[in-house]
Ligand binder design. Structure first.
Ligand code: FAD
Length: 411
């Protein structure tokens, strides 16, 4: 009897891998194992429309169980894979059973970092990763709204800022505490960080940059009541949202002896150090040709790595080499990012930043390496083509809104 291919994690990468296995011609048994009580659902709305209460449960569903069943993908929810025995090619499940595998896809995602500070585990200190986390956050926001208690967000990254924007929509008083001197400093150009700071301030968010947190203050019932900075300033809070990044969920792989470093180390095809095990999505760290590791946490990365990993299990070569992209929605502004901006040395702006529709192009020397577009989808799609083709407009061409960047592609 053929042993099944098992997929651990019924999220974005897991679903893509399952469907790509079928699309690639795999006809054997295929089991998608997820430890959440739900079938696959979309995570990005959790900090946006879902948290705002503007979406119903049906819209959050990524693939209905019937749709998976039609492709002969067996979905098992509420079950956690607790160990991998690579020699026996079996996995142990939380229900006490064991499953053999002919191939294994690890798509276990990531977990929010916690605050290693006094009060970090108090009631009302919440992180956001899952549908249940979002429901708990929405419930607490409703209480804050009713009792006029403020929200403090720790971390001015994408999730923290999206939660802040959603909370302002709901009328909550919001403070964002960011340790760095600017918002999203690792990915955005300085002028775009400043633009985001103004955007949030303009919507009534109190923004504190360079904030050094000392403790979460709690009451006798261990309920968070505020956040105190090292300089003694106290920000009262009925809810504290911690958005300080995620850690790859690589414990299973580590325990099984797979190479892990900031995530499960994979090549461009999603292959791990074991030929029968591939990995995809937030749980991975991709080894690049120069030996460095790239960690991406995005829908595109999970989707593309899921497809590459499935191909690798079928003995096919499908490296994920496309330009990375990502988006974030805050208020009525859609940010679309293309490329990787690390190491950018100078920037060119296309369009008028004051108009709220523009793009910032990142350059390393005379090479275009990335671009961030605000309410400018055409720029975003165009720059992805330029980056895919390795074509760099000069900064002068990029900042000249009258210059047709497509003309460079035609050449
Ligand atoms: P996940 O979708 O996290 O799926 C992993 C699944 O595996 C989870 O269900 C987990 O519970 C399960 N699992 C883990 N361990 C086990 C185990 N041992 N056994 C069984 N199951 C297990 N990306 C964007 O590109 N744009 C956005 O705007 C955006 N917004 C986001 C907003 C929020 C609030 C969040 C949380 C993420 C957002 N992302 C966004 C990121 C994007 O959702 C993730 O990069 C993507 O979901 C990663 O997919 P994944 O399959 O690797 O992990």
């Amino acid at each position: 009897m053929t042993h099944p291919i098992l997929i651990v994690g019924a999220g974005q990468a897991g679903v893509q891998a399952a469907e790509a296995l079928r699309a690639g011609g795999y006809e054997g048994p295929l089991i998608l194992l997820g430890d959440e009580p739900y079938g696959p659902y979309h995570r990005p709305p959790l900090s946006k429309a879902w948290l705002a209460g503007e979406m119903d449960a049906a819209q959050l569903v990524m693939r209905a169980p019937e749709m998976l069943a039609r492709k002969a993908i067996e979905l098992r929810t509420n079950v956690k894979v607790t160990a991998i025995d690579r020699a026996a090619k079996t996995v142990a499940l939380s229900d006490g059973s064991t499953l053999p595998y002919s191939g294994l896809v690890l798509a276990t995602g990531s977990t929010p970092r916690t605050l290693p500070l006094p009060g970090g585990n108090a009631q009302g200190v919440l992180a956001l990763r899952s549908r249940d986390d979002a429901s708990a956050m929405a419930e607490r926001m409703a209480v804050c709204s009713e009792r006029q208690l403020p929200l403090v967000v720790i971390g001015g990254g994408f999730i923290g800022l999206e939660v802040a924007a959603t909370a302002r929509k709901k009328g909550l008083t919001v403070t964002v505490l960011e340790a760095a001197p600017r918002l999203l400093g690792r990915v955005l150009a300085p002028m775009l960080s400043d633009w985001y700071a103004e955007l949030h301030r303009g919507h009534g968010v109190q923004l504190v940059l360079g904030a050094q947190i000392d403790e979460i203050v709690t009451d006798h019932a261990n309920q968070a009541t505020g956040v105190r900075l090292k300089d003694g300033t106290l920000y009262p809070a009925g809810l504290v949202v911690v958005g300080i990044g995620v850690n790859a969920h690589d414990e299973l792989a580590r325990a099984a002896g797979l190479e892990c470093e900031r995530g499960i180390v994979v090549d461009a095809c999603g292959r791990t150090s074991d030929p029968r095990i591939v990995a995809a999505g937030d749980c991975t760290a991709r080894r690049l040709s120069d030996g460095s590791l790239l960690r991406l946490e995005s829908v595109q990365n999970a989707t593309e790595q899921g497809k590459s990993a499935a191909a690798a299990l079928l003995g096919q070569e499908r490296p994920f080499t496309a330009t990375p992209w990502f988006w974030s929605d805050q208020y009525d502004k859609k940010l679309q990012m293309a490329g990787l901006s690390m190491g950018a040395e100078h920037w060119a702006v296309r369009g008028d930043m004051a108009s709220g529709s523009f793009s910032v192009y990142h350059y390393k020397g005379d090479q275009l390496i990335a671009a961030d577009s605000i309410n400018a989808s055409r720029d975003h799609l165009q720059v992805r083509k330029l980056l895919d083709a390795g074509v760099s407009p000069t900064p002068q061409q990029a900042s000249d809104a009258g210059f047709d960047l497509n003309s460079l592609l035609a050449k």
